[in-house]
Design a protein around this ligand. Structure first.
Ligand code: AMP
Length: 190
């Protein structure tokens, strides 16, 4: 099963992905984490993208596409990926379709975590003290939320058309969301 987990920064995508990954033996593919690792390891790519990430903008589609193709093309990951943070705009959604087709795969469900800006601000402040992310300052967090509204929200319409989209109240507790997500996944697993 391939899953997209969707929502604004701070919605809990990472937390829920890790839960689904374990429960259903899938692999979380977090483009944000992959990009942060490039920066941490001071690779050439890391040097190129660090200022973009720290400003709250999106990295180029081409860079992220290359990163995800590596995972999609790996036979061991076939039909067992959780896309966390991808796609983030319509072009990426189209590109993901193309890549999945190329490797004979498909998306089974799109889980959208709905959260208010107020909650996001609170969660990002909490996360700041735990993860020390350089893009979690209040100012950049708001910028990332705006980028989400502008570029990423339209992606939802793309998936609404294909009936894959399930909207979840991301204001609930982590365990309540775990239960809801499990119910949705179990229902399509049959
Ligand atoms: P995240 O951990 O998903 O919040 O991502 C952190 C940052 O990585 C984002 O603010 C972007 O700068 C970059 N990033 C992550 N995923 C993507 C993507 N699919 N397309 C472009 N940039 C991305």
């Amino acid at each position: 099963m391939n899953i997209i987990i969707f929502g604004p920064p701070g919605a809990g995508k990472g937390t829920q992905s890790k839960f689904i990954e374990k429960k259903y033996n899938l692999l979380q593919l977090s483009t944000g984490e992959l990009l942060r690792n490039e920066i941490k390891n001071k690779t050439q790519l890391g040097l190129e993208i660090s200022s973009i990430i720290n400003s709250g903008d999106l990295v180029s589609d081409e860079i992220v596409s290359k990163l995800i193709e590596k995972y999609i093309s790996d036979q061991q990951n076939k039909q067992r990926l959780i896309f966390d943070g991808y796609p983030r705009n319509i072009d990426q959604a189209k590109n993901l379709d193309k890549l999945l087709k190329k490797y004979n795969q498909r998306i089974d469900i799109v889980l959208k975590l709905s959260v208010s800006l107020e909650t996001i601000k609170k969660r990002i402040t909490e996360r700041k003290s735990q993860e020390q992310r350089t893009d979690d300052s209040d100012e950049i967090a708001i910028k990332r939320f705006k980028t989400y509204e502008l570029s990423s929200e339209p992606v939802l319409d793309y998936y609404k058309q294909s009936n894959l989209l399930k909207v979840i109240n991301g204001e609930n507790t982590i365990s309540e969301i775990n239960v809801e997500i499990s119910g949705l996944i179990d229902a399509i697993k049959g």
